[in-house]
Design a protein around this ligand. Structure first.
Ligand SMILES: [Zn+2]
Length: 418
């Protein structure tokens, strides 16, 4: 639990509850993706399932002191050595159940489900059971804990539970069996039923501060400037940043990537012309291409379609990566996610222009000209980007939406320059 960096308030909250001995049965862990929610949920379950938890005084934690707890607070931590701790480390503890949307592959006999939501079949199969005549499933929730220290159910992306799945869960939560604990992990808690939210103990996780995120990215082989830029664009989410690093450049396949990893090089607009044996991760090529397309749009050297092409090429690569990870996933959904990410890079370019205009410092600017554009126009352009991101998520036609947004951005920028 101590190794979860940048979440001292959340960890302090968990430690206080553990110390009180009054463990809530239903939890919501909310916050941005990839900031430690899942690891914290496992650590909480591990601590409670541990056969000989140890007490460690906060001030004696080898430089991992939690500033949100008193120096003499006694933290309770898993021993990492007992049978239970070892079983969890091997992903094989009989009383720890991890529930995620792709489990639909085991519960949907037709094999057609794309797993874009968390289906009621998964919730029934993994937690609540099903007592219908034709399809009886035993409820794991009501089974006895095998090691006698309670049962834990951790639901990833809980906001993707379909309404029937949430209702099935709610029924079970109304009278939870003793010694059963449920943690719902979510980036959008508002998607959960109000009745589920009100029954749960909340723990909020925040974006990781640059001081925590940048060293983690440097450890993965990035330069300081690359790590700074990615920390900014990912909004303090290590999970997002690491995922982006797996994106290939357009035209490149997974086979090509089995070649040994090459050291990344410094960011720079001209780098795409450099020797290809020493390339930076493709995501930086992508960021440069989007920046360059926006620069050209602003100076009139290229039109809106260059931006559309850049966004589409990388969104397509993003979808390809998702399909390689899970051949049954929805390619359309993944391409939408990719498009929304790239629109975020466009928004960062606009944000830079705005900051140059008002003289506000930029911690990690995009690789681009340091051109200022009028704040009013930039705010309108940022609005356009945000609306487009929202509509991409709401199933709008991606091609048309991108073309319309890029054309409007071009018109807005041209207007303020003429
Ligand atoms: Zn242990």
């Amino acid at each position: 639990m101590l190794s979860i960096m940048g979440q001292s308030a959340a960890i302090a909250h968990l430690q206080r509850v553990i110390a009180s001995g009054r463990m809530a049965s239903t939890w919501i862990f909310s916050g941005p993706p990839g900031v430690g929610k899942h690891r914290a949920a496992i650590a909480l379950a591990k601590t409670c399932l541990c056969e000989s938890p140890r007490r460690v005084r906060n001030q004696q934690t080898d430089g991992l002191r939690n500033p949100a707890l008193e120096p003499d607070f006694d933290m309770i931590l898993a021993c990492d050595q007992c049978e239970s701790c070892r079983a969890i480390a091997h992903g094989a503890h009989p009383d720890l159940h991890l529930i995620y949307r792709n489990l639909i592959r085991y519960h949907d006999r037709s094999g057609k489900s794309k797993g874009t939501t968390l289906s009621i079949d998964v919730i029934r199969g993994e937690i609540t059971g099903d007592d219908s005549e034709e399809h009886r499933v035993e409820p794991k929730l009501y089974k006895r804990s095998q090691r006698g220290r309670g049962k834990w159910f951790i639901i990833d992306e809980a906001d993707l539970m379909e309404p029937p799945a949430q209702n099935a869960l709610l029924k079970a939560l109304e009278e939870p069996p003793p010694q059963s604990f449920l943690v719902m992990i979510t980036t959008s808690p508002s998607e959960l039923l109000a009745t589920i939210r009100s029954r749960s103990q909340w723990v909020s996780f925040r974006s990781l501060p640059p001081a925590v995120l940048i060293p983690q990215l440097v450890q993965r082989g990035l330069t300081q400037s690359q790590a700074k830029l990615l920390a900014r664009l990912s909004d303090g989410s290590l999970g997002r940043a690491v995922r982006w690093l797996s994106v290939q450049e357009p035209g490149r396949s997974a086979e090509d990537d089995r070649a040994p990893t090459r050291p990344p090089m410094a960011l720079g607009i001209g780098s795409k012309h450099q020797e290809s044996t020493e390339k930076q991760p493709a995501i930086f090529e992508c960021i440069e291409r989007i920046s360059l397309a926006m620069d050209n749009l602003a100076t009139g050297r290229a039109g809106a379609m260059v931006l559309v092409d850049a966004v589409r090429a990388y969104a397509e690569q993003y979808a390809r990566m998702a399909l390689q990870e899970d051949p049954l996933c929805s390619k359309d959904r993944a391409a939408r996610d990719g498009t929304a990410i790239l629109l975020g890079f466009v928004a960062a370019w606009l944000d830079d222009r705005l900051r140059y205009a008002i003289g506000s410092p930029i911690e990690a600017p995009l690789p681009s000209t340091q051109q200022a554009l009028p704040p009013g126009a930039m705010v309108r352009c940022l609005d356009l980007c945000q609306t487009a991101q929202h509509q991409v998520d709401m199933n709008a036609h991606v091609g048309l939406l991108l073309a319309a947004t890029a054309t409007e951005l071009e018109a807005e920028i041209r207007r303020c320059r003429s």
